[in-house]
Design a protein around this ligand. Structure first.
Ligand code: SAH
Ligand code: SF4
Length: 368
Protein backbone atom coordinates (compact mmCIF):
# COMPACT_ATOMS: atom_id res chain seq x y z
CA UNK A 1 0.00 0.00 0.00
CA UNK A 2 1.39 3.44 -0.85
CA UNK A 3 1.83 5.60 2.18
CA UNK A 4 0.19 9.03 2.34
CA UNK A 5 2.69 11.87 2.12
CA UNK A 6 3.19 13.72 5.40
CA UNK A 7 2.80 17.11 3.69
CA UNK A 8 -0.52 16.03 2.18
CA UNK A 9 -2.08 15.55 5.62
CA UNK A 10 -4.36 18.37 6.80
CA UNK A 11 -4.07 19.61 10.38
CA UNK A 12 -7.36 17.90 11.21
CA UNK A 13 -6.12 14.63 9.74
CA UNK A 14 -2.91 14.87 11.78
CA UNK A 15 -4.84 15.52 14.97
CA UNK A 16 -7.10 12.55 14.33
CA UNK A 17 -4.14 10.34 13.63
CA UNK A 18 -2.39 11.43 16.83
CA UNK A 19 -5.50 10.70 18.89
CA UNK A 20 -5.90 7.31 17.21
CA UNK A 21 -2.33 6.55 18.31
CA UNK A 22 -3.15 7.48 21.89
CA UNK A 23 -1.33 10.85 21.73
CA UNK A 24 -2.61 14.38 22.31
CA UNK A 25 -4.32 16.10 19.37
CA UNK A 26 -2.10 19.22 19.57
CA UNK A 27 0.87 17.11 18.60
CA UNK A 28 -0.67 17.05 15.13
CA UNK A 29 -0.08 20.79 14.77
CA UNK A 30 3.47 20.41 16.06
CA UNK A 31 4.26 17.83 13.37
CA UNK A 32 3.32 20.41 10.71
CA UNK A 33 5.49 22.94 12.55
CA UNK A 34 8.51 20.64 12.28
CA UNK A 35 8.07 20.37 8.53
CA UNK A 36 7.27 23.99 7.76
CA UNK A 37 9.14 26.08 10.34
CA UNK A 38 12.15 23.83 10.75
CA UNK A 39 12.28 22.31 7.24
CA UNK A 40 12.59 18.96 8.96
CA UNK A 41 11.24 15.92 7.13
CA UNK A 42 12.81 13.35 9.44
CA UNK A 43 10.28 12.26 12.09
CA UNK A 44 13.05 10.58 14.10
CA UNK A 45 14.31 14.10 14.82
CA UNK A 46 10.97 15.31 16.25
CA UNK A 47 12.30 15.75 19.78
CA UNK A 48 8.96 16.57 21.41
CA UNK A 49 7.44 13.30 20.17
CA UNK A 50 7.86 10.01 22.08
CA UNK A 51 10.31 7.48 20.67
CA UNK A 52 7.55 4.98 19.88
CA UNK A 53 5.40 7.55 18.11
CA UNK A 54 8.40 8.75 16.07
CA UNK A 55 8.84 5.19 14.82
CA UNK A 56 5.14 4.97 13.99
CA UNK A 57 5.38 8.27 12.08
CA UNK A 58 8.38 7.05 10.14
CA UNK A 59 6.73 3.80 9.11
CA UNK A 60 3.24 5.16 8.44
CA UNK A 61 3.94 8.13 6.16
CA UNK A 62 6.01 9.12 3.18
CA UNK A 63 8.52 11.83 4.19
CA UNK A 64 10.38 12.17 0.91
CA UNK A 65 10.80 15.43 -1.00
CA UNK A 66 10.99 15.78 -4.78
CA UNK A 67 14.57 15.34 -5.95
CA UNK A 68 16.48 18.45 -6.96
CA UNK A 69 17.53 17.47 -10.47
CA UNK A 70 19.24 20.63 -11.65
CA UNK A 71 19.91 24.07 -10.20
CA UNK A 72 20.49 26.80 -12.77
CA UNK A 73 22.14 29.77 -11.15
CA UNK A 74 21.83 33.23 -12.58
CA UNK A 75 24.12 36.23 -12.32
CA UNK A 76 21.28 38.11 -10.67
CA UNK A 77 21.34 35.70 -7.68
CA UNK A 78 18.19 33.89 -8.74
CA UNK A 79 18.15 30.13 -9.10
CA UNK A 80 15.92 27.96 -11.19
CA UNK A 81 15.45 24.66 -9.45
CA UNK A 82 14.35 21.75 -11.59
CA UNK A 83 12.55 19.13 -9.52
CA UNK A 84 11.87 15.51 -10.25
CA UNK A 85 8.74 14.05 -8.69
CA UNK A 86 8.43 10.49 -7.32
CA UNK A 87 6.83 9.45 -10.63
CA UNK A 88 9.69 10.93 -12.67
CA UNK A 89 7.98 14.09 -13.87
CA UNK A 90 9.76 17.43 -14.00
CA UNK A 91 8.60 20.67 -12.57
CA UNK A 92 10.36 23.84 -11.48
CA UNK A 93 10.52 26.63 -8.97
CA UNK A 94 12.57 29.83 -9.06
CA UNK A 95 14.20 31.35 -5.98
CA UNK A 96 14.67 35.11 -6.32
CA UNK A 97 16.40 36.78 -3.38
CA UNK A 98 16.57 40.56 -3.42
CA UNK A 99 17.54 43.15 -0.86
CA UNK A 100 14.35 43.27 1.15
CA UNK A 101 12.62 40.00 0.29
CA UNK A 102 13.10 36.45 -0.86
CA UNK A 103 10.54 35.51 -3.46
CA UNK A 104 9.83 31.97 -4.56
CA UNK A 105 7.97 31.33 -7.77
CA UNK A 106 6.19 27.99 -7.39
CA UNK A 107 4.55 25.55 -9.78
CA UNK A 108 1.06 24.19 -9.19
CA UNK A 109 0.88 21.60 -11.98
CA UNK A 110 3.18 19.60 -14.23
CA UNK A 111 2.41 21.34 -17.52
CA UNK A 112 -0.82 23.24 -18.07
CA UNK A 113 -3.92 22.67 -20.14
CA UNK A 114 -4.83 26.32 -20.77
CA UNK A 115 -2.84 26.42 -24.05
CA UNK A 116 -1.90 30.11 -24.13
CA UNK A 117 -0.12 30.62 -27.45
CA UNK A 118 2.88 32.57 -26.11
CA UNK A 119 3.63 30.19 -23.24
CA UNK A 120 5.98 27.28 -23.33
CA UNK A 121 4.23 25.39 -20.53
CA UNK A 122 1.01 25.75 -22.51
CA UNK A 123 2.60 23.75 -25.31
CA UNK A 124 3.25 20.79 -22.98
CA UNK A 125 -0.35 20.19 -22.09
CA UNK A 126 -1.16 18.94 -18.60
CA UNK A 127 0.60 15.89 -17.18
CA UNK A 128 -0.94 16.13 -13.73
CA UNK A 129 -1.77 18.37 -10.81
CA UNK A 130 0.75 18.78 -8.04
CA UNK A 131 -0.48 17.85 -4.58
CA UNK A 132 -0.53 20.40 -1.74
CA UNK A 133 2.51 18.58 -0.38
CA UNK A 134 4.41 18.95 -3.64
CA UNK A 135 3.61 22.66 -3.68
CA UNK A 136 4.74 23.11 -0.05
CA UNK A 137 7.83 20.97 -0.66
CA UNK A 138 9.07 23.68 -3.04
CA UNK A 139 9.26 26.12 -0.09
CA UNK A 140 11.07 23.60 2.09
CA UNK A 141 13.60 22.91 -0.67
CA UNK A 142 14.05 26.62 -1.36
CA UNK A 143 14.66 27.32 2.34
CA UNK A 144 17.22 24.52 2.36
CA UNK A 145 18.93 26.14 -0.64
CA UNK A 146 19.13 29.39 1.32
CA UNK A 147 20.72 27.53 4.20
CA UNK A 148 23.22 25.95 1.78
CA UNK A 149 24.00 29.42 0.42
CA UNK A 150 24.67 30.66 3.97
CA UNK A 151 21.80 33.07 3.56
CA UNK A 152 20.11 33.41 6.93
CA UNK A 153 16.88 34.55 5.39
CA UNK A 154 13.95 32.32 4.45
CA UNK A 155 11.34 32.61 1.72
CA UNK A 156 9.16 35.67 2.44
CA UNK A 157 7.06 35.93 -0.73
CA UNK A 158 5.36 33.33 -2.88
CA UNK A 159 4.09 33.83 -6.40
CA UNK A 160 2.21 31.07 -8.20
CA UNK A 161 3.86 31.89 -11.52
CA UNK A 162 5.76 28.72 -12.27
CA UNK A 163 4.30 25.86 -14.25
CA UNK A 164 0.56 25.45 -14.32
CA UNK A 165 -2.70 27.26 -13.79
CA UNK A 166 -3.17 27.34 -10.02
CA UNK A 167 -6.93 27.76 -10.17
CA UNK A 168 -7.19 24.63 -12.32
CA UNK A 169 -5.87 22.79 -9.25
CA UNK A 170 -8.04 24.70 -6.83
CA UNK A 171 -8.32 22.53 -3.71
CA UNK A 172 -4.63 21.68 -3.53
CA UNK A 173 -3.59 25.30 -4.11
CA UNK A 174 -5.99 26.62 -1.47
CA UNK A 175 -4.83 24.00 1.04
CA UNK A 176 -1.20 24.95 0.34
CA UNK A 177 -1.99 28.68 0.71
CA UNK A 178 -3.57 28.05 4.09
CA UNK A 179 -0.36 26.48 5.37
CA UNK A 180 1.70 29.32 3.84
CA UNK A 181 -0.38 31.96 5.64
CA UNK A 182 -0.79 30.18 8.98
CA UNK A 183 1.31 32.02 11.55
CA UNK A 184 2.25 28.73 13.23
CA UNK A 185 3.55 27.29 9.97
CA UNK A 186 5.18 29.26 7.12
CA UNK A 187 3.74 32.49 8.58
CA UNK A 188 3.77 34.47 5.33
CA UNK A 189 1.84 37.69 5.10
CA UNK A 190 -1.29 37.66 2.96
CA UNK A 191 0.19 40.57 1.01
CA UNK A 192 3.05 38.31 0.09
CA UNK A 193 1.30 35.26 -1.31
CA UNK A 194 0.13 35.90 -4.85
CA UNK A 195 -1.95 33.56 -6.96
CA UNK A 196 -1.61 34.31 -10.66
CA UNK A 197 -4.37 33.15 -12.99
CA UNK A 198 -5.23 33.27 -16.64
CA UNK A 199 -8.80 34.11 -15.61
CA UNK A 200 -10.89 31.14 -14.48
CA UNK A 201 -13.79 33.31 -13.36
CA UNK A 202 -15.77 30.99 -11.03
CA UNK A 203 -12.55 29.89 -9.33
CA UNK A 204 -11.47 33.53 -8.79
CA UNK A 205 -14.81 34.17 -7.14
CA UNK A 206 -14.36 31.12 -4.90
CA UNK A 207 -10.72 31.96 -4.09
CA UNK A 208 -11.77 35.35 -2.72
CA UNK A 209 -14.15 33.59 -0.33
CA UNK A 210 -11.77 30.85 0.75
CA UNK A 211 -8.36 32.34 1.43
CA UNK A 212 -7.04 35.92 1.73
CA UNK A 213 -4.29 35.92 -0.88
CA UNK A 214 -3.24 38.57 -3.37
CA UNK A 215 -4.43 38.16 -6.91
CA UNK A 216 -2.61 38.58 -10.21
CA UNK A 217 -4.47 38.32 -13.49
CA UNK A 218 -2.62 37.41 -16.67
CA UNK A 219 -4.43 39.76 -19.02
CA UNK A 220 -2.13 40.35 -22.01
CA UNK A 221 -4.88 41.98 -24.06
CA UNK A 222 -8.03 43.94 -23.27
CA UNK A 223 -9.60 43.08 -26.61
CA UNK A 224 -11.88 40.03 -26.49
CA UNK A 225 -11.13 38.80 -29.97
CA UNK A 226 -7.39 39.14 -29.56
CA UNK A 227 -7.35 37.70 -26.03
CA UNK A 228 -9.37 34.67 -27.16
CA UNK A 229 -6.77 34.09 -29.86
CA UNK A 230 -3.92 34.27 -27.35
CA UNK A 231 -5.65 32.64 -24.40
CA UNK A 232 -8.40 30.10 -25.15
CA UNK A 233 -9.76 30.57 -21.59
CA UNK A 234 -11.13 33.93 -22.75
CA UNK A 235 -13.65 32.17 -25.02
CA UNK A 236 -15.24 30.64 -21.95
CA UNK A 237 -14.80 33.61 -19.62
CA UNK A 238 -14.70 36.83 -21.66
CA UNK A 239 -13.40 40.15 -20.37
CA UNK A 240 -16.81 41.46 -19.22
CA UNK A 241 -17.30 38.45 -16.90
CA UNK A 242 -13.74 38.67 -15.67
CA UNK A 243 -14.15 42.34 -14.84
CA UNK A 244 -17.43 41.82 -13.02
CA UNK A 245 -15.77 39.25 -10.76
CA UNK A 246 -12.70 41.42 -10.17
CA UNK A 247 -14.85 44.36 -9.11
CA UNK A 248 -16.12 42.15 -6.29
CA UNK A 249 -12.78 40.59 -5.33
CA UNK A 250 -11.68 41.23 -1.72
CA UNK A 251 -8.41 43.01 -2.47
CA UNK A 252 -5.52 42.32 -0.04
CA UNK A 253 -2.87 44.80 -1.13
CA UNK A 254 -2.50 48.54 -1.26
CA UNK A 255 -2.10 48.51 -5.01
CA UNK A 256 -5.16 46.33 -5.55
CA UNK A 257 -5.02 43.66 -8.23
CA UNK A 258 -1.88 43.06 -10.29
CA UNK A 259 -2.30 42.57 -14.02
CA UNK A 260 0.39 40.79 -15.97
CA UNK A 261 0.80 42.05 -19.51
CA UNK A 262 3.32 40.26 -21.71
CA UNK A 263 4.53 42.73 -24.33
CA UNK A 264 4.74 40.99 -27.71
CA UNK A 265 6.24 42.92 -30.56
CA UNK A 266 3.60 44.13 -33.02
CA UNK A 267 0.84 42.11 -31.36
CA UNK A 268 -0.57 43.78 -28.24
CA UNK A 269 1.77 46.73 -27.70
CA UNK A 270 0.32 49.74 -29.55
CA UNK A 271 -1.26 52.83 -28.00
CA UNK A 272 -4.61 51.51 -29.27
CA UNK A 273 -4.04 48.45 -27.09
CA UNK A 274 -3.07 50.67 -24.16
CA UNK A 275 -6.31 52.60 -24.60
CA UNK A 276 -8.36 49.42 -24.42
CA UNK A 277 -6.41 48.38 -21.35
CA UNK A 278 -7.16 51.68 -19.58
CA UNK A 279 -10.83 51.26 -20.41
CA UNK A 280 -10.86 47.71 -19.04
CA UNK A 281 -9.15 48.79 -15.82
CA UNK A 282 -11.57 51.68 -15.20
CA UNK A 283 -13.10 51.26 -11.74
CA UNK A 284 -10.50 48.74 -10.56
CA UNK A 285 -7.58 49.46 -8.26
CA UNK A 286 -4.84 48.08 -10.45
CA UNK A 287 -1.16 47.82 -11.12
CA UNK A 288 0.09 46.51 -14.46
CA UNK A 289 3.34 44.58 -14.76
CA UNK A 290 4.69 44.96 -18.28
CA UNK A 291 6.70 41.83 -19.08
CA UNK A 292 8.79 41.66 -22.25
CA UNK A 293 7.86 38.43 -24.05
CA UNK A 294 10.38 35.74 -23.21
CA UNK A 295 11.12 34.07 -26.54
CA UNK A 296 11.42 30.30 -26.71
CA UNK A 297 11.98 27.69 -29.39
CA UNK A 298 9.03 27.15 -31.65
CA UNK A 299 7.60 30.67 -31.51
CA UNK A 300 8.19 33.67 -33.74
CA UNK A 301 6.90 36.04 -31.06
CA UNK A 302 9.49 38.42 -29.66
CA UNK A 303 9.53 41.16 -27.06
CA UNK A 304 8.45 44.72 -27.79
CA UNK A 305 11.43 47.04 -28.07
CA UNK A 306 12.19 49.22 -25.04
CA UNK A 307 11.15 52.50 -26.65
CA UNK A 308 7.72 51.23 -27.63
CA UNK A 309 7.39 49.72 -24.20
CA UNK A 310 8.14 53.12 -22.62
CA UNK A 311 5.41 54.75 -24.74
CA UNK A 312 2.93 52.15 -23.55
CA UNK A 313 4.06 52.60 -19.96
CA UNK A 314 3.84 56.39 -20.23
CA UNK A 315 0.30 56.20 -21.59
CA UNK A 316 -0.77 54.16 -18.56
CA UNK A 317 1.22 56.30 -16.12
CA UNK A 318 -0.43 59.49 -17.37
CA UNK A 319 -3.74 57.88 -16.52
CA UNK A 320 -2.60 57.03 -12.98
CA UNK A 321 -2.01 53.36 -13.62
CA UNK A 322 1.38 52.25 -12.27
CA UNK A 323 3.03 50.04 -14.90
CA UNK A 324 6.54 48.92 -13.99
CA UNK A 325 8.50 46.92 -16.55
CA UNK A 326 9.36 43.54 -15.08
CA UNK A 327 12.14 41.55 -16.62
CA UNK A 328 11.93 37.84 -15.87
CA UNK A 329 14.78 37.10 -13.53
CA UNK A 330 17.34 34.43 -14.21
CA UNK A 331 17.22 34.80 -17.98
CA UNK A 332 20.94 34.28 -18.18
CA UNK A 333 20.95 30.82 -16.67
CA UNK A 334 22.90 29.64 -19.64
CA UNK A 335 25.84 31.29 -17.85
CA UNK A 336 28.46 28.88 -16.61
CA UNK A 337 27.50 26.96 -13.56
CA UNK A 338 30.19 24.69 -12.24
CA UNK A 339 28.02 22.73 -9.88
CA UNK A 340 25.85 21.43 -12.60
CA UNK A 341 28.24 21.16 -15.43
CA UNK A 342 28.99 17.52 -14.91
CA UNK A 343 25.42 16.45 -14.51
CA UNK A 344 23.34 18.28 -17.05
CA UNK A 345 25.98 19.94 -19.13
CA UNK A 346 24.07 20.06 -22.37
CA UNK A 347 21.09 21.59 -20.66
CA UNK A 348 22.77 24.62 -19.17
CA UNK A 349 22.08 26.58 -22.30
CA UNK A 350 18.38 25.85 -22.14
CA UNK A 351 15.55 27.44 -20.20
CA UNK A 352 14.17 25.15 -17.49
CA UNK A 353 10.89 24.83 -19.33
CA UNK A 354 12.74 23.48 -22.34
CA UNK A 355 14.54 21.07 -20.07
CA UNK A 356 11.25 20.04 -18.51
CA UNK A 357 9.79 19.43 -21.97
CA UNK A 358 12.75 17.29 -22.93
CA UNK A 359 12.40 15.29 -19.72
CA UNK A 360 8.71 14.80 -20.27
CA UNK A 361 9.54 13.36 -23.67
CA UNK A 362 12.10 11.05 -22.01
CA UNK A 363 9.44 9.98 -19.56
CA UNK A 364 6.84 9.37 -22.28
CA UNK A 365 9.39 7.41 -24.31
CA UNK A 366 10.26 5.31 -21.27
CA UNK A 367 6.60 4.30 -20.93
CA UNK A 368 6.24 3.15 -24.54
N1 SAH B 1 -0.97 30.02 -15.26
C1 SAH B 1 -0.86 31.17 -14.48
C2 SAH B 1 0.44 31.25 -13.72
C3 SAH B 1 1.66 30.71 -14.40
S1 SAH B 1 2.20 31.59 -15.81
C4 SAH B 1 -1.05 32.41 -15.32
O1 SAH B 1 -1.10 32.31 -16.54
O2 SAH B 1 -1.19 33.48 -14.73
C5 SAH B 1 3.03 32.95 -15.04
C6 SAH B 1 3.14 34.19 -15.89
O3 SAH B 1 4.09 33.98 -16.96
C7 SAH B 1 1.83 34.57 -16.54
O4 SAH B 1 1.57 35.93 -16.37
C8 SAH B 1 2.10 34.22 -17.98
O5 SAH B 1 1.26 34.91 -18.83
C9 SAH B 1 3.56 34.55 -18.11
N2 SAH B 1 4.18 34.02 -19.32
C10 SAH B 1 3.88 32.90 -19.98
N3 SAH B 1 4.66 32.76 -21.08
C11 SAH B 1 5.47 33.84 -21.11
C12 SAH B 1 6.49 34.28 -22.00
N4 SAH B 1 6.84 33.58 -23.06
N5 SAH B 1 7.12 35.46 -21.72
C13 SAH B 1 6.79 36.17 -20.62
N6 SAH B 1 5.85 35.79 -19.74
C14 SAH B 1 5.19 34.64 -19.98
FE1 SF4 C 1 1.07 29.28 -19.51
FE2 SF4 C 1 -0.32 30.34 -17.47
FE3 SF4 C 1 -1.41 30.10 -19.93
FE4 SF4 C 1 -0.93 27.93 -18.47
S1 SF4 C 1 -2.38 29.58 -18.02
S2 SF4 C 1 -0.53 28.17 -20.63
S3 SF4 C 1 0.98 28.48 -17.44
S4 SF4 C 1 0.34 31.38 -19.32
Amino acid sequence: MTRIHALNMSETAWKEWCVSEGAKAFLGSQIIEWMTRKNCMDPMAFSNVSQSLRARLAESFDWSLPAVDTVLQSDDQSEKILLKTHDNLFTECVLMPSENRVTLCVSSQVGCRMACTFCQTGKMGLSRNLTRGEILAQIILANRRLIERNDERRVTNIVFMGMGEPLDNFDEVVAACEVMLDERFFALSKHRVTVSTSGLVPAIEELGKRVPVSLAISLHSADDEQRSGMMPVNKKYPLSELKETLLRYPVQTRHGITFEYVMINGVNDSIQHAKKLVKFLHGLKAKVNLIPMNPHPGTTMVATDPERMRDFQKYLGERSIPAPVRYSRGQDVSAACGQLASKRKNELALAPRTVALARRKEWLDSRK
